[in-house]
Design a binder for this molecule. Structure first.
Ligand code: PEP
Ligand code: MG
Length: 927
């Protein structure tokens, strides 16, 4: 039986793979294959598949049968294409060995360049290129990379030797070392290797290649790759591909160079070639941020022919991929080679602009544009900026590259570990580093922003910032990290913990903690900025307008006060899906009345205090109705356990003890004692399952009466003004139809009485939240009384799992780390369990009342994956926090588009009468 195909060759205008084969060839391998097929100048090479990596681990780190033989055959083809021979001292072929997973994991895995160099081939290289310095430079780089990546010797050890050599030679730059110096370095490096490993540096090129491939496979399970996968939810099972590519050299002198660029600005989306390059350098110099590179536009002057070719190539590639791309290139003695292309990572700001521009340019449709932007990315439009007045009054103390937009102010941390500790103490952290490396990932995750001394727009710090949505200023030359606790920025010395502000949109760095204000979009929504004055707002609104054209789910907001409702409307909310009325009682002027009401012993007393709350509640509702301008407003009756409105037992005891000690105010002591007694009386062992939800309104009907009156009186005011209003009164935590009926009858009675009294007739709905498994199971009966269901998935998750929503964080992290849970069910709706409850409630509810209105108002209503599920369930709307409304609009549109794509797919495949994975997936989802 023929061995499985583990290796895919590309070269001379033809590749065995294609751009579609990312899963098998990894992103880099697929890109190289695609470019080769497009006849773009790419050095020949081959890709060892991700499946080979998975198999390598399955076979306890041995190659699957046939893999190495196939690699050797492909290597022969590379030799033929290049006219050189691997290991040939007279005419050596050198190769790069690079990782390449399905999803890009910048800097997380390893690369070894110049594989194939040894004492003999280095001489051949020097002779062939007539460039002794170049050959020795390549060799010392190879020994460093191989020594650190394959043999595991700390890179700094090599760097230290290099530094000493420069001091001895009295030079500052690597490029000033001559061939002899570099040769000396190789000798010293090899001594280091012998000392550290007890063995000579490997001379056999085939051993080198084999060990480099092993090292790339192994880097898949490197610490930083594992951490990265954890943060970005990339499965361990994917594995990485290995790309072995003929070396082309950017370090062959001043007509050579290497660079990385984006076809559009990855921070703003502006359509221009954007990136950086270094003359006389190899790829790692740019990405590692060791030398600060020049902008790619400068290439037009230094190597105009190559620059022209780069321009033509990038336009061709953009048109082919119909997207913004991230490119790596090398120029060897004036000739351009492309080494990588992939869809470029971008900020949310850029994502929207690029999507809108590509539609204008006719490259993609509006539907594709909607699918191109990750819903969460939209939140970057809402990022705060520095207060313009405060910023103009501050002199920048340094300026770097605007690598991650937004404004961040906080305390300086100089090591990633400290950043994590400071964040854990609740501080806002700015991580300041000479340059970041993948090992810093935990600190970067903890920080609000990063500032680096070295590196460009594609340095590690910059790439990670844009991906994580963090603020970043990179390559700020004024920064000099002097120790693990001190840094000099310009003339100023800072210690860890000092305040610093960075503007990731302009690159400016300021002393102190500058005040931060709302983004442009927020300012437009708040009416502080005219919409036509903000390009950002225009782009944001355009994309969301296209999203609205295709979505089926309506999007409402969870809002309790008029200001929140105003923001929600500004973001396009089509109603309020949840007004938690208890939040209104926490206001300073209301909490004392609320407490008195709770302390009251008799119904009459309670009614007295409720009467004081009534006009306040009515005003609140009026404000909400006015803001929502005819859109539906769902108001939930009082839900939380009453002790939440009272002071904490322990605090009261301390207060009483203090007052008693002072002995000045016996009346106050008495009052506090009364309060304490009531707090103790109300104490519950399990308040979340205690006297709360509809149980409050049932046992204390006067509360429901007051709230219903306030809701209806306010609605009558609006109706009298001739405006549209349909209040939706929602009963919380119903588990039995009898509870629903008791509350509904009371509500109807008070509503009718209010309307008669005021002389207005209006339509209103009474419905319930579905937050308890029993409610879901008996939804057929509950729907006899309820005119709508709103899924309270916070409580429904709590009660379905039996996880306390207030305590689950203590173990959910552990569960996730140990693969017991894939995600936090309080953040991402659990489709199998909680979702099954919802499905049952929908089926049962519709059996009784086919047109029952269905929504969700738990936190999941703002989570894109949960929104997709709600779309599949056929809900009418999702309701989420005001700031998530744009995210929900986009996510709802994407769910609709994905569904129609899946439908188109399944129609096509049913014509061919073949079961397809697409159909199976859909069927499973719909079950
Ligand atoms: C819920 O339980 O999902 C809900 C929206 O109600 P609350 O969060 O107020 O309990
Ligand atoms: Mg609830």
């Amino acid at each position: 039986m023929a061995a499985k195909k583990w290796v895919y060759y590309f070269g001379d205008g033809k590749a065995e793979g294609t751009g579609e084969m990312k899963e098998l060839l990894g992103g880099k391998g697929a890109g190289l294959a695609e470019m080769t097929n497009l006849d773009i100048s790419v050095p020949p090479g081959f890709t060892i598949t991700t499946e080979a990596c998975v198999e390598y681990y399955r076979r306890k780190k041995t190659y699957p049968p046939g893999m190495w033989e196939q690699a050797m055959q492909a290597l022969r083809r590379v030799e033929r294409s290049m006219g050189t021979k691997f290991g040939d001292p007279a005419n050596p072929l050198l190769v790069s060995v690079r990782s390449g997973a399905r999803a890009s994991m910048p800097g997380m895995m390893d690369t070894v360049l110049n594989v194939g160099l040894n004492e003999r081939t280095v001489r051949g290289l020097a002779l062939k290129t007539r460039n002794e310095r170049f050959a020795q430079d390549s060799y010392r780089r190879f020994v460093t990379m191989y020594g650190s990546i394959v043999l595991g010797i700390e890179r700094e050890r090599f760097e230290d030797i290099l530094k000493r050599q420069k001091v001895t030679r009295g030079v500052t730059h690597d490029t000033e070392l001559d061939a002899k110096d570099l040769q000396d370095l190789v000798v010293q490096f090899k001594e280091l290797v012998r000392h550290e490993t007890g063995r000579d540096f490997p001379e056999d090129p085939f051993d080198q290649l084999r060990m480099a491939v092993n090292a790339v496979f192994s880097s898949w399970y490197g610490k930083r790759a594992i951490e990265y996968r954890r943060i970005y939810n990339i499965p361990d099972t994917w594995g990485t591909a290995v790309n072995v590519v003929a070396m082309v050299f950017g370090n062959m002198g001043e007509t050579s160079g290497t660079g990385v660029c984006f076809t559009r600005d990855p921070a703003s989306g502006e359509p221009r070639l954007f990136g950086e390059f270094l003359l006389n350098a190899q790829g790692e110099d740019v990405v590692a941020g060791i030398r600060t590179p020049q902008p790619v536009s400068a290439l037009a002057k230094s190597l105009p022919k190559a620059y022209k070719e780069l321009e033509t190539t990038y336009h061709r590639l953009e048109e082919h991929y119909r997207d913004m791309l991230d490119l790596e290139f090398t120029i060897q003695e004036g000739k351009l080679y492309m080494l990588q292309t992939r869809v470029g990572k971008r900020t949310g700001i850029a994502a929207v602009r690029i999507a809108v521009d590509l539609v204008k340019e006719g490259l993609i449709s509006k539907a594709e544009a909607v699918l191109r932007v990750g819903p969460e990315q939209l939140s970057q439009y809402l990022y705060p900026i520095f207060d313009p007045k405060a910023e103009s009054e501050h002199q920048a103390i340094g300026r770097g590259l605007p690598a991650g937009p937004g404004a961040a102010a906080g305390k300086i941390a100089l090591t990633p570990d400290r950043a994590v500790e400071m964040r854990a103490r609740g501080e806002r952290v700015i991580l300041v580093r000479q340059e970041t490396s993948p090992d810093d990932i935990h600190g970067m995750n903890a920080a609000a922003g990063f500032l680096t001394a070295r590196g460009g727009m594609t340095s590690h710090a910059a790439v990670v910032a844009r991906q994580m949505g963090k603020v970043c200023v990179a390559g700020c030359e004024a920064v000099d990290v002097q120790s693990a606790t001190t840094v000099k920025i310009g003339p100023h010395m800072f210690k860890e913990g000092d305040s610093l502000s960075i503007n990731g949109s302009t690159g400016q760095v300021y002393k102190d903690d500058l005040p931060v204000v709302e983004s442009e979009v927020i300012q437009v929504i708040q009416g502080k900025l005219a919409p036509n004055k903000s390009e950002k707002y225009r782009l944001f609104a355009t994309l969301l307008g296209w999203a609205d054209d295709v979505r089926r789910l309506k999007v409402r907001a969870n809002a309790d006060i008029p200001e929140q409702a105003m923001i929600a409307r500004g973001f396009g909310a089509e109603g309020i899906g949840l007004c938690r009325t208890e939040h209104m009682f926490f206001a300073e002027d209301r909490i004392p009345i609320m407490q008195q009401m709770i302390l009251a012993r008799t119904r009459e007393d309670r009614e007295r205090y409720l009467a004081q709350l009534l006009p306040l509640q009515k005003d609140d509702f009026l404000g909400l109705y006015r803001q929502m301008q005819g859109y539906p407003v769902t108001i939930r009756l009082l839900d939380p356990p009453l002790h939440e409105f009272l002071p904490k037992r322990e605090e009261l005891m301390v207060e009483i003890a203090k007052l008693e000690l002072m002995g000045t105010n016996p009346a106050q002591v008495e009052e506090k004692r009364r309060l304490l007694a009531r707090v103790e009386e109300l104490h519950e062992f399990n308040p979340m399952l205690g006297l709360r939800g509809c149980r409050l309104g049932i046992t204390m009907p006067e509360i429901t009466r007051m709230q219903t009156r306030a809701i209806m009186e306010a609605a009558c005011v609006i109706a009298k003004e001739g405006k549209k209003i349909v209040p939706e009164i929602m009963i919380p935590l119903v588990g039995m139809v009898s509870e629903m009926k008791a509350q509904k009858d009371l509500i109807r009675e008070v509503a009718e009485e209010t309307m008669t009294r005021v002389g207005v007739k209006l339509h209103y709905l009474v419905g319930t939240m579905i937050e308890l498994p029993r409610a879901a199971v008996t939804a057929r009966q509950i729907a006899q009384e309820a005119e709508f269901f709103s899924f309270g998935t916070n409580d429904l998750t709590q009660t379905t799992y039996g996880f306390s929503r207030d305590d689950a964080a203590k173990f959910v992290g552990y569960y996730r780390a140990h693969d017991i849970l894939d995600s936090d069910p309080f953040a991402v709706l659990d489709r199998e369990g909680v979702g099954a409850m919802m499905r049952m409630a929908i089926t049962e509810g519709r059996a009784t009342r086919p047109d029952i209105k269905l929504g969700i108002c738990g936190e999941h209503g703002g989570d894109p994956s949960s929104i997709e599920f709600c779309h599949q369930l056929g809900l009418d709307y999702v309701s989420c926090s005001p700031y998530r409304v744009p995210i929900a609009r986009l996510a709802a549109a994407q769910a609709a588009l994905q569904e129609s794509r899946a439908d188109a797919f399944s129609t096509r495949s049913s014509v061919s009468k073949r079961p397809t994975p697409g159909r199976r997936t859909r069927a499973r989802r719909r079950r």
